[in-house]
Design a protein around this ligand. Structure first.
Ligand code: NDP
Length: 240
């Protein structure tokens, strides 16, 4: 069945792969972005998916964007909360804005976006919500108290909402990637990256497409009995 899917941060990195895979699975996809106009334009031209620009940290902007998408395409069946950032530093040096921005973008965005679609999903007795968390939200990571806290929060959010929503045909799951080759990890110095890779049993980084495969399965009609889980894919780096 053709569903309407919205992917936040869906024009590059992991989000781009998710948008593409969901479209290839037969869904109508809308990808969101925030600042990177060039990437969004290139994505729309290359993949042929509609894009919409807004800040997932801004509740009113999320409400307005969902209204716009719903009017143009119909109610959203599949929501992928993928947009995220890092602002790494040790806690004893972390400025307050690095804490706030990471919590807002990675965690509060899940409230902002999901609050804007959940009532309609409940009325229609169908929904798929997939939240992108991280291995570092599961195990913690030096230099990422903000990011680890936000991503652990996403897992708690997922479990609670899954319980609230199961009787309404809505599944809510998290996907926890390990280190995936995107712009996000380009900021990590090569020496540190080499050390990280040496600790991954698979001996390599993951690809955005590998994450997208898991998301597409959880978004499918076949996955209706799976809810509240955190689907880990990290090359054997960490077992929950
Ligand atoms: P990228 O940095 O490549 O892309 C991030 C995306 O999020 C961009 O599309 C960006 O928009 C969007 N975004 C950032 N801030 C906002 C905002 N305030 N409002 C709207 N959109 C925003 O990241 P990845 O693809 O690597 O990461 C995607 C998700 O996967 C994130 O949640 C990340 O935490 C998670 N993850 C990534 C891992 C990795 O190793 N790469 C590992 C584990 C989890 P724009 O293009 O406009 O800048």
């Amino acid at each position: 069945m053709k569903r309407i899917a919205l992917v936040t941060g869906g024009t590059r990195g992991i989000g781009k792969a998710i948008s593409t895979a969901l479209q290839n699975a037969g869904n109508t996809v809308i990808a969101t972005y925030n600042n990177n106009e060039d990437a969004a334009r290139a994505f729309a031209e290359e993949i042929g998916i509609n894009t919409i620009k807004f800040d997932v940290c801004d509740y009113n902007a999320c409400v307005h964007a969902i209204e716009t998408v719903t009017t143009q395409f119909g109610p959203i069946d599949i929501l992928v909360n993928n947009a995220g950032i890092t602002r790494d530093s040790m806690l004893h040096k972390m400025p307050a804005n690095a804490w706030d921005e990471v919590i807002q973008t990675n965690l509060t965005s899940c409230y902002n976006m999901t609050r804007s679609v959940i009532e309609s999903m409940r009325e229609r007795n169908f929904g798929r919500i997939i939240n992108i968390t991280s291995v570092n939200g599961q195990k913690g990571q030096v230099g990422q108290t903000n990011y680890s806290a936000a991503k652990a929060g996403v897992i708690g959010f997922t479990k609670a909402l899954a319980q609230e929503s199961a009787s309404k045909g809505i599944t809510v799951n998290a996907v926890a990637p390990g280190y995936i080759k995107t712009d996000m990890i380009n900021t990590i110095p090569t020496a540190v990256m080499d050390k990280i890779i040496s600790m991954i049993p698979a001996g390599r980084l993951g690809s955005p497409e590998e994450v997208a495969t898991a998301v597409t399965f959880l978004a499918s009609d076949f996955a209706g009995y799976i809810t509240g889980i955190t689907f880990s894919l990290n090359g054997g780096q960490y077992f929950v």
